[in-house]
Each structure stands twice: as C-alpha cells, then as structure tokens.
Design a binder for this molecule. Structure first.
Ligand code: HBI
Length: 357
C-alpha cells in the first residue's frame, strides 16, 4: 500500500460545475493536484456536478441542485440541503463505489462530506478550501479533524488559525504547472486585479487606488455578483478601470504578465490566493492587504508589498514603490516554492500518512 500506485476518488466542490469559475481557486487546485498525481502513476476519477470539465481528466458527472456558496451565508447559518442535492448525490455515488478505491479526497467546503466520514469504510482526506465561515461548519470540521487525526488539510497556517484548534490541520500550501506561465520582463503601465468579483474580494479598494494614482487597472475574473460590480461602477464612474472578463489559464497569464503589479484586496482571510503565485510565476510582484494566505507567500519588499488591511492609502503608497521590486525574483520564488512537483510531494506524503494509520 505504501509505494504502489494509489486508486483515488476525488470529490469536487458542490457550488458549480468545474470550468465555470464559480469554484474559484479550488478549480485550479483540483486540476493541478489531479494532473500531478496522474503524472506520478496514480489512477483517479473526479466526481463533480453535471457539466463539469477539467482539462482532459475523466469526470463522473452527477446531476442535482447546487449548494449555496458558504461565503455568502452568515456565521450562524444552518446547514441547508436543497431538494435533489448534487452534494448528496455525489456522496451517495462515492458510497457505492468506495471499495474500488484506496482513498477518497474531498474538496467541498460542506457539512455532509465531513458528517459522512465515519460511515465510510475508506479513508477520506478532506482539503478545506477556505477559512472559518460558520459555527456549524467549524463544529463538524473540528469534530472530524479530532476523530480522524491528520486527515484534514488546509492551504496555510493563517487559514488554520481561523479555526478553534489550528494544530489539528495539515498545512499543504498550493502549487502550479509553471510551464503554463511565461515570465514577462517588460510590462505595460497597467495594474491587475484577479478574482471572483464578489464582496469578500474587496475590488472597490483596488478601483479607488486606480482612481487616485491614475494608473489603469485591468480586472480579470468570474463576474459572480453583478450588483456588487454595478455599485462599484456607480461609486467610481471615472476610475481608469476595465473589466476584461474570465479567462482560461493561458489567456489569464498573458494579461497578467503584461501588468506592473497585481493588487490583492481581500476582505476575508484568503485561504491561500492562487492568483498570487500565478502572478509571481509571470514575474508580476503582488501588493496585498496583510491578511490571510498572501502574508505567507509574499516576501515583503522583495516579491511584493504587504499593506495595512483595508487601507487604500497603503495600496497607493506601495504602488509608488513597485520599481524597487525585481520581476525575475518573483519568478524565482514561484519556481522554488510553488512548483507542481513540490505540491505533488506534499499531497502524496499526506495520502500515504493517512493510509498508514
Ligand atoms: N461553498 N457551500 C460551499 N461549498 C463549497 O465547496 C464551496 C463554497 N464556496 C466557495 C468554494 N467552495 C471554493 O470553490 C472556492 O471558491 C474557495
């Protein structure tokens, strides 16, 4: 069991079909983890909502109603299962086929997969993709992390620290297929902002900074909350910003590489911030609020600047110092710390530790 290839069943996020961008950074994480495990000789299947596409990886599509995104609910939100829940249907499928696999990998930030863990006779590795969002989720995540030690992983330490017992979580970090990201030595004058366009991402602060500095801001990402975007446009009618759309990796890295710096303005504890390492991979330094995952990635003053959270003035001040940063140093950090190789080692080691118990 320890060194032969593993048979893995990966269960995806429940809030949207893979490829729609609704899954945010988790879609990229799932694709990268799956590709790297396949490259290493393991076999795997991904179970995901109908309409999912993830590269050329085999997907078992499951019908049913999507879950509501957890980050739009309140801390005291009850657990809600829609009629004909795709999450319930995904996990009923997993129950039926579990004997064909060595290990199940869950990436949904939902109550059900955690609750079902003791009912399965296969080990389940849970990857928690966000920080603490509700007491109901905290309770079940903490319970399973305690009952099945070592089986609950997170991206970063700051993310783990949003939960009651941080030391129970395995820190897994993230990684990218760096061959998909071209180093770009000579950018245009524009700044970039990349992410799901939703309130927790704090886009309005980046737009305010663009208005104050007069530097054009290119906005890339899934238009998740139209009303939120319309409000920003009303509040900052003459800011030099352009919403360029939602792109696949190859187009995203072209737009991103052409920018002087990426602005990260998270209102919440960003669990990791895959866009940060995507920027570094293109040689683009990152200016971010000092909050969540980016604080563990950005080398302040070398590959970016960490700014006082929610301070637009702080963003503006940092933008004035971008020329102090070396773009090749940014690429080098991505290669040293965030390669797919490094992520694959961490995931494989995690799985083998779980199977040894
Ligand atoms: N919300 N309920 C729920 N379930 C998820 O799996 C989920 C989510 N919100 C966002 C999310 N997953 C991730 O895909 C990333 O956006 C972090």
């Amino acid at each position: 069991m320890l060194h032969r290839p593993l048979k893995l069943l990966l269960l995806s996020t429940s809030v949207g079909a893979l490829g729609t961008g609704l899954g945010g950074g988790v879609e990229l994480t799932l694709l990268n983890v799956a590709q790297e495990l396949l490259r290493r000789g393991h076999t795997l299947k991904i179970v995901a909502p109908q309409g999912s596409v993830l590269g050329d990886i085999p997907i078992i599509e499951i019908a049913g109603e999507l879950q509501t995104t957890a980050q739009t609910q309140g801390r005291s939100a009850p657990i809600v299962m829609p009629e004909n829940s795709v999450l319930g249907n995904m996990w009923d499928y997993a129950r039926q086929v579990q004997a064909d696999y060595d290990l199940i990998f869950n990436i949904a930030y939902d109550w059900l997969p955690f609750y079902l863990t003791p009912f399965f006779n296969r080990a389940i590795a849970h990857f928690v993709s966000m920080g603490s969002l509700s007491t109901a989720m905290d309770r079940i995540v903490e319970q399973i992390a305690g009952q099945f030690p070592g089986t609950v992983g997170v991206y970063t330490l700051t993310q783990a620290e949003t939960f009651p017992s941080p030391s129970q979580y395995r820190i897994l970090g993230s990684g990218l297929d760096l061959s998909l990201y071209q180093f770009s030595p000579e950018p245009s004058s524009a700044l970039a902002w990349v992410g799901r366009i939703a309130p927790e991402k704090g886009l309005e602060d980046a737009v305010a900074a663009a208005k104050i500095t007069g530097i054009p801001l290119k906005i890339l990402g899934k238009m998740q909350d139209d009303a939120y975007w319309k409000q920003i446009c009303q509040d900052y009618p003459d800011a030099p910003v352009e919403y360029a759309g939602f792109f696949s990796t190859s187009e995203l890295q072209q737009h991103l590489g052409n920018c002087r710096a990426l602005l990260m303005t998270p209102r919440w504890v960003e669990a990791f911030g895959n866009v940060v390492i995507e920027a570094l991979a293109c040689g683009v330094p990152v200016i971010s609020y000092s909050r969540g995952g980016p604080t563990e990635i950005i080398q302040d003053g070398k590959t970016g600047f960490l700014v006082e959270p929610d301070s637009v003035a702080g963003l503006v001040e940092a933008i004035g110092r971008i020329d102090q940063l070396d773009r090749y140093t940014c690429r080098q950090q991505a290669e040293a710390e965030y390669s797919l190789e490094a992520l694959g080692d961490r995931m494989e080691e995690w799985f083998r530790d779980i199977l040894q118990n």
